[in-house]
Design a protein around this ligand. Sequence first.
Ligand code: PMP
Length: 349
Amino acid sequence: MNRYNFAAGPAMLAPSVKQALASMIIDWRGTGLSITEIPHRSELFKQFLDELRAKVRHLLGVDDRYEVLFLMGGARLLFALIAEQFLKNKGVYAVTGYWSDLAARTAQRYGLVEKIEMVGNPQTALPHNLQGDYLFVCSNETIGGVQCTQWPQTDLPLVVDASSDIFSRRFDMRGVGLLMAGAQKNAGIAGVSLVVVRKDWLAEAKIAEPLLSFREHARANNLLVTPPALALGALDATLSWIEASGGVEYFEKLNEEKAALIYKSIDESQGFYQNTIDVSARSKMNVVFSLQDEALTQAFLQGAEQRGLLNLKGHRVTGAIRASIYNAMPLEGVEALCAWMADFQKQNH
Ligand code: PMP
């Protein structure tokens, strides 16, 4: 039986990425050593980091006006570090769900924060003459299943949390001052976070404790501390697999197709399955839905598991069901889920 992991993160890895991870643990690039054993100041490792930065820039469509950093501590830590280093007068936060709200609440410890409530509709127009150091946007709310297809119109530098949809679609990087993402959904495994920041904006960042400072990490070529080699290896393998599959454009189309299948199953179920998000804001990464008869949720999840459809349980905040269908989820996994949705409805209508 095929098994498909619909977890929101840590998430499913492509089979070839798992293979690459296994082999890099045994013998990395013909060195006879594991990637975890390679001296991080060796030429080979420095070259690896340079190539990895180039891959990130290529897939995001940015040039070397952007610094690429690989940091530890998780995406939540970045919420704090961004506010600490870029909030001078006021940080503006577009609140579209749990993660942007958490980012705003975290930033409040560092200074003045203006929250703009956009829950349910990330395309809401912003107030005129918005003042601030930056506008924070979460490109995909992993819990709520809300995706921001176009950035809100603003002259402020954008700070984007792309933890759950980086490399899943093309981003408009014009206007982006900083883009951040944890790796464990669409970019490999937990242990590393990506920060892509415009160098001229970085130059204006506030001074911080060196180990927490984006500028100091950049200055040290990301070698301020021993880097998380295995997580970087997983990122590298994932990016190579994305490139070999046809790039971000390929996944953008595939992800649209996958998401459309599940939303169609929901919309054609005559209310048996429900998704209350505005159609234009429905996430192509995390499809959140509930059953009209909530009491059936457990049976739905149990039956799904018996069919190899794993980790569909919704987040503890929302309950219900969440199908996370990042790049690594093949079309067949989504088709198997839709077949189960149809069967379950027939059994229970
Ligand atoms: N931002 C988003 C959009 C997320 O989905 C998550 C994790 N689910 C985080 C931030 C927090 O990530 P971490 O656990 O690495 O702090």
